[in-house]
Design a protein around this ligand. Structure first.
Ligand code: ATP
Ligand code: MG
Length: 388
């Protein structure tokens, strides 16, 4: 049994569309693992039937839009059927001296209310395990019984899903993906919010660490594992020529601002070519010199499409925790350092100065050229599939 959250709040036609996208995604994920199954969508729930319910539940619990999943015993929607199944569940977990609670729900079924259902099931459990006690506030064990018009369901575990909206219910966005910790989390959050994703990485050539591209590919592959069956593209553009002219400038203080603006410029061109609606990056207020509010204000206008910054108000700790949970955190990322970053970067670059420098460098044609160098990698199911 799959539960979803805010999709409930949508109008009927929107809800139908979102649920059909979500069940499509669930089917894809199960097919990738060779799990035969069938899906029903009665009111308010998604029911998946298959021979390997535990494996199915584990995969579904990684599907965007899913709030929680339970492996259920299906019974008739009456007190006797539900009580018999609940007793079976309780016998497996309830030891003498433990406390328990029955959580009962009923909808679309006549003849008893949920209190009566709960009480009847509770006494059936006590008959079988008389040394157990009832505790409705902090029980050691909970068993859930639901009487619905489409059947009776008994379970004692809820596996949390990622929540969010089904992947593909929102338009495509392009995330700037680095070898770091933040940007994979930013991409994941927008995928979780339903956006179709494409990644772009700016390759620093001889100005970057030797392990940069390998780590980006790894982040890219791991993120693709969150949308099984869907191809996920990574575009890699070459920034080496830009770094060559930037490092030749007398003034090193503005390099990071120029670099970040250049990335947005190139990514905007690529987003425009693909029809992606917005860019996504891992900016996090105050994290580094280029992410002071003053500098972000100077950097942002270089983009010609909106830039989404889902991590803007996170603490680093929260980002790291999330990176660990989604599987993109690397304790030893290797040599990914940037050799262009100055020792004393400006924390508040004057916009007019930046504009003058960019005119001098002719960044517009540099950006157009960088956008023309793109190599494409495609990942699927956690593996980089092909390059072209
Ligand atoms: P991350 O923020 O992903 O940990 P980082 O700390 O190396 O990487 P920052 O200097 O914080 O990068 O850059 C802010 C954002 O700019 C990143 O979150 C990412 O979205 C984007 N970015 C940085 N470097 C690159 C790159 N080489 N290619 C594409 N995007 C990049
Ligand atoms: Mg960062």
């Amino acid at each position: 049994m799959v539960r979803y959250g805010e999709i409930f709040l949508k109008s009927e036609p929107v809800k139908r569309r979102f649920i059909s996208i979500m069940t499509g995604n669930i089917s894809l994920a199960l097919e990738v693992e060779g799990l035969t199954h069938c899906i029903e969508t009665p009111r308010g729930r998604i029911l998946i039937f298959g021979d390997e319910p535990r494996r199915i539940a584990a995969l579904v619990a990684r599907t965007f839009g899913v709030v929680s999943v339970s492996v259920c015993t299906v019974t008739t929607a009456d007190i006797n059927g539900l009580a018999a199944a609940a007793v079976e569940h309780a016998e497996r977990h309830l030891r003498p001296g433990m406390s328990f609670a029955v959580r009962a729900r009923r909808s679309g079924v006549e003849g008893f209310n949920s209190q009566e259902l709960g009480a009847a099931v509770g006494s059936a459990v006590l008959d079988r395990v008389p040394e157990a006690t009832v505790d409705l506030t902090t029980p050691d064990y909970e068993v859930f019984v639901e009487a619905r018009e489409f059947g009776g369901f008994v379970y004692d575990e809820k596996i949390s899903g990622p929540g969010g909206l089904p992947y593909g219910t929102q338009e495509e966005v392009m995330a700037l993906l680095s070898a770091g910790i933040d940007s994979p989390v930013a991409s994941w959050l927008m995928m979780r919010r339903g956006c179709r994703m494409v990644h772009v990485h700016m390759h620093s050539g001889r100005f970057g660490g030797a392990d940069g591209e390998r780590n980006v590919l790894q982040n890219h592959a791991r993120l693709s594992a969150w949308v099984p069956g869907h191809p996920l593209d990574l575009l890699v553009a070459d920034m080496e020529p830009f770094f060559e002219v930037v490092t030749a400038l007398k003034e090193p203080r503005y390099r990071c601002i120029l670099c970040k603006r250049f990335m947005l410029r190139v990514a905007s061109i690529l987003a425009g070519e693909r029809g992606a609606y917005a860019l996504v990056n891992g900016d996090n207020l105050g994290q580094v010199a280029s992410q002071t509010l003053a500098n972000m204000t100077v950097i942002a206008p270089a983009a010609s499409v909106p830039v989404l910054r889902p991590l803007i108000g996170f603490d680093k700790e929260e980002i790291v925790d999330r990176a660990r949970a989604i599987g993109t955190f690397e304790a030893h990322p290797g040599n990914v350092g940037c050799t262009v970053a100055p020792r004393y970067p400006s924390t508040a670059a004057p916009a007019a100065t930046i504009a003058l420098i960019e005119e001098e460098l002719d960044v517009e044609s540099l950006a157009a050229r960088a956008a023309g160098t793109v190599r494409r990698y495609r990942a699927k199911n956690g593996e980089v599939e092909e390059a072209g």
